[in-house]
Design a protein around this ligand. Structure first.
Ligand SMILES: NC(=O)NC(NC(N)=O)C(=O)[O-]
Ligand SMILES: [Zn+2]
Ligand SMILES: [Zn+2]
Length: 418
């Protein structure tokens, strides 16, 4: 049997697979402030149960948002003593907070996130082109990275009498062109300022040509997609099923095929959860009104199995899983000197899982509200155990008695803060 001697643990994992722990760099923990939506305790237990050993927390939906040095301190205090896996933090770029950016880099945020369209919460306003130039001037030469929610408002013919319960009504309100125009802005800025940029949760395949051209022209640009765009498609979303609502929207099967091809061809770098929970009432399952429901899907615990269930049928290999879910994501948040691969000197972050084992998504959901579009789905690839820096944090449904995760702040040396 494969015996894994990790720190003081000897763990008989039978013929399960040992892989680097997953780094999920797109998670909305929403604490402090909206701990009724999620929180570090429940989110990091869901992460551990899904083989995720590092999460990078998004700067919004928490109150306050992580948009100032003081708010980052609030965040750290809220997270203290509650994390079962290691946690890093994204700062936020909003209009007028440009003088907070370098101090937050100095304090060790992984990078920054901004929105080019309404974010869904009032306290995290989206930026204008002018705000972006101001922020880019602050970020130039720091080595930091700016992540974009890449949708822009474009003039749209609103369908007056469309049924708000029909998924197509929502889908038609967020067409591909909104991503295309937003990504045109991102590529221009990235080429001009030569600041690392990253497109979060790409849903449409249409901008892929633009992204590829910008990278060939020397833009330091990366792009992620999410498990829901790869596993779900619009044709299968029932009327009123607002648990499937997210922004940008889940699009059709033909678009999904193009995302898988782009992943295979190296034009999409990584796959994340974009775990974005809320309280069940905000999903409006009572009315099934897509136009009023919260946009966000909860899946943090199931990313590995979701990805492998589809990827294994499409000729992707186990090393591909480590590349897309561990190595590339660790590189984005500059943790790749300690996380994301099993090399000497790296943290002993491991997920032990059985790629052949099938299971059904049901009661054993560990994020706060047991609401997910994946409920009842049969997935392939079951996590047996998760180890963070050599310590067993999860094994077959049980968690370590103490939250052993630590906060990952990567302070930048002075020289990079030119
Ligand atoms: N405020 C949010 O959590 N928004 C998130 N919501 C989604 N993706 O539907 C996101 O990532 O944009
Ligand atoms: Zn977003
Ligand atoms: Zn998000």
């Amino acid at each position: 049997d494969a015996m894994t001697c990790v720190a003081l643990i000897v763990l008989d994992v039978g013929d399960s697979l040992v892989m680097p722990g997953i780094v999920d760099c797109h998670v909305h923990v929403n604490e402090p402030g909206r701990s009724s939506w999620e929180g570090f305790w429940t989110a990091t237990r869901a992460a551990a149960a899904g083989g995720v050993t590092t999460i990078v927390d998004m700067p919004l939906n928490s109150i306050p948002p992580t948009t100032t040095l003081d708010n980052l301190q609030d965040k750290m205090e809220a997270a203290s003593g509650k994390c079962f896996v290691d946690t890093a933090f994204w700062g936020g770029v909003i209009p007028g907070n440009q003088l907070e950016l370098k101090p937050m880099i100095q304090a060790g945020v992984a990078g920054f996130k901004c929105f080019l369209i309404h974010s869904g919460v009032e306290e995290f306003p989206h930026v204008t082109d002018k705000d972006l130039h101001t922020a880019m001037e602050q970020l130039q030469g720091t080595g930091s990275v700016l992540l974009f929610h890449a949708e822009r408002d474009v003039p749209l013919l609103s369908e007056e009498d469309a049924d708000p319960k029909d998924y197509s009504t929502f889908l038609n309100s967020r067409p591909d062109v909104m991503e295309l125009e937003a990504i045109r802005t991102v590529t221009d800025l990235c080429l001009h300022y030569q600041v690392r940029c990253h497109i979060v949760h790409l849903s449409s395949a249409q901008p892929l040509e633009l992204i590829q051209a910008a990278r060939q022209a020397g833009a330091p640009l990366t792009v992620e997609t999410t498990h829901h765009y790869l596993s779900l498609s619009a044709e299968h979303i029932p009327a009123g099923a607002t648990q499937f609502k997210c922004c940008p929207p889940i699009r059709g099967a033909a678009n999904q095929e193009k995302l898988w091809s782009a992943l295979k061809d190296g034009h999409i770098d990584m796959v994340v959860s974009d775990h974005s929970p809320c309280t069940p009432d905000l999903k409006r399952l009572d009315t099934g009104d897509f136009t009023q429901a919260w946009g966000g899907i909860s899946s943090l615990q199931f990313g590995l199995s979701l990805f492998w269930t589809s990827a294994s049928k499409r000729g992707f290999t186990l090393p591909d899983v480590a590349r897309f879910l561990c190595q590339s994501t660790a590189r984005l948040c500059r943790l790749d000197n300690q996380k994301g691969s099993l090399v000497p000197g790296h943290d002993a972050d491991l997920v032990i899982w059985d790629p052949e084992k099938e299971f059904e998504v049901k009661a054993s959901i560990h994020h706060k509200h047991k609401l997910t579009p994946y409920m009842g789905l049969r997935l392939r690839g079951e996590v047996c155990a998760t180890i963070v820096r050599g310590r067993l944090v999860y094994k077959r449904g049980s968690f370590s008695p103490l939250p052993l995760g630590k906060h990952l702040l990567l302070p930048q040396g002075k020289e990079s803060l030119t």
